[in-house]
Design a protein around this ligand. Structure first.
Ligand SMILES: [Zn+2]
Length: 337
């Protein structure tokens, strides 16, 4: 697909260790020749951190694993950025196939804490209660920045990256603990985003993040995962304008008022569709028609294991997750022709 923007990127989950070579081959033999120039690699805590090994997640990748991916990207002019989730999505149930992905869930049953909260359960915003959907980090505990900024630095270093995607989507648990309750959710979120931004800026790194918490659900009409119904959206007026906002929308829409929101507030943005062709077409068409210079490109989301996607696309193996083959069709639709 020909798009009128400079960036054509994809979010890949970091592969299992045993799938690293398949993912590298997919980057070299498919993504690079088809014009991909940005990969945000969702690694979360799945790296063999040296400063905080207690935070290592499931099947953590080694420095050597990461360097194989770094080399494949560098040799093909692809910008590679690590992606963490630095607020919500700290827990969930593992996806199928087991690939280290943690998804949120709605059941009131014990869920699996990811790296940081497994090591430091006291940093959970609701440590003693079942999470609704997914656990969140407490934003006022001073230990959070001390640990996470070390993890950020290690990832920037091993990925040789000039930026980072910090997630921050779908945060439903915020402002609930006794300390956080003293502040508005907009203040908590705005201060947190600004602090992470400033840390990245001090390392010369650009910050990307999901945009849903900046969109007022009632004003934009987006549903409460794609936008905020919990008071975080006024933070858009206090966070630094050089954040590159990734505006994800998966539901069926004919209008995308977020384009005007980011334009009016002075932000640059990427549009981020997912797997359903009609919805993706609507989003791209609207963005082309309503782009006033704020749109820098498209960042396709996938959410299947990158090894699963690679095996299906390189060798025709059946996808092991029920959405993988539909996602592969969207990858071809976006990156070919
Ligand atoms: Zn808190």
């Amino acid at each position: 697909m020909q798009l009128p923007w400079k960036t054509k990127g994809i979010v890949l989950t970091a592969p299992l260790h045993e799938e690293v070579d398949n993912t590298v081959k997919f980057i070299r033999e498919y993504l690079a020749p088809n014009g991909c120039n940005l990969i945000c690699m969702q690694i979360r805590y799945r790296y063999q951190f040296k400063r905080h090994p207690e935070c290592m997640g499931y099947d953590p990748l080694s420095e050597e694993d990461i360097k194989k991916i770094v080399r494949a990207c560098k040799e093909n002019g692809i910008r590679l950025l690590p992606k963490m989730n630095l607020h919500g999505h700290q827990s969930g149930l593992p996806n199928i196939p087991t690939d280290g992905i943690l998804h949120g869930h709605h059941q009131k049953i014990p869920d699996i804490r990811d790296g940081l909260l497994r090591a430091y359960p006291e940093l959970d915003e609701t440590p003693d209660e079942p999470a609704f959907y997914s656990r969140s980090i407490c934003l006022t505990n001073p230990l959070v920045k001390i640990i996470l900024f070390d993890l950020i630095d290690e990832l920037l270093e091993v990925f040789e990256a000039d930026g980072m995607h910090i997630g921050c989507d779908e945060v439903l648990n915020i402002g609930l603990c006794p300390e956080c309750r003293k502040y508005s959710n907009a203040k908590l979120f705005g201060d947190w985003v600004t602090a992470v931004h400033d840390h990245l800026a001090s390392r010369g790194a650009e910050m990307l993040m999901w945009g849903d918490r900046f969109l007022n659900s009632a004003e934009t009409g987006y549903q409460e995962f794609e936008s905020s119904a919990n008071g975080t959206d006024p933070a858009i007026d206090v966070v630094p304008k050089d954040i590159l906002v990734c505006d994800w929308h998966y539901e069926k829409q004919t209008e995308y008022p977020s384009l005007a929101v980011y334009k009016n507030k002075g932000f640059r943005m990427l549009i981020s569709p997912w797997r359903i062709r009609e919805h993706t077409d609507n989003f791209i068409r609207y963005a082309i028609e309503h782009d006033e210079g704020q749109v820098e490109g498209l960042l396709l989301t996938t959410w299947c294991g990158s090894g699963d996607l690679a095996r299906h696309m390189l060798y025709g193996e059946p996808g092991r997750w029920n959405h993988t083959e539909e996602i592969a069709r969207m990858v071809r639709y976006i990156f070919e022709n």
